[in-house]
Design a protein around this ligand. Structure first.
Ligand code: VLZ
Length: 138
């Protein structure tokens, strides 16, 4: 049973994604495509270093960071903005603050009932996604 964020995950629910994308200024045509995607996450961890890969049939996005260490993030293929991002642990939640043009932007990941939970937030909108584990058993 996966108690950690590491592994492969596949989206099983996605609430308020459209309003999150609107808050980011994503165009209607891209939002229409994005809304139909079943997103996958592959999360790799080595001590304080994480690689989070989001993949789909349309676009992929990878972010690499160390917990507690601010980094420059470019949301290539998403809203194409430059951010100063910082990830930290808050209890069992991995929380990212993304500072830039958009206020109150970031995300939070945690495990609950063996599922990977994700909240994406931007300017008062909160998108809530849940992923099931699809890691191969070793
Ligand atoms: O995830 O910030 O896991 O980066 C949407 C791609 C995924 C679909 C967005 C295409 C990534 C959109 C969300 C076309 C405009 C995100 C973080 C937390 C890691």
């Amino acid at each position: 049973m996966p108690a950690s964020l590491s592994g492969k995950w596949e989206m099983i629910s996605n609430v308020n994604f459209d309003n999150y994308m609107i808050a980011l200024g994503i165009s209607a045509s891209l939002r229409k495509i994005a809304a139909k995607l079943t997103l996958k996450k592959k999360i790799e961890r080595q001590e304080d270093q994480f690689i989070v890969k989001t993949t789909s049939t349309f676009r992929n996005y990878t972010v690499t960071f160390k917990v507690g260490q601010e980094f420059n993030e470019f949301t290539k293929g998403l809203d194409n903005r430059h951010l100063k991002s910082l990830v930290r642990w808050e209890g069992n939640k991995l929380i990212c603050e993304q500072t830039g043009e958009k206020k109150n932007r970031g995300w939070a990941h945690w495990i609950e009932d063996d599922k990977l939970h994700l909240e994406l937030f931007c300017e008062g909108q909160v998108c809530k996604q849940v992923y099931k584990n699809v890691s191969k058993t070793r």
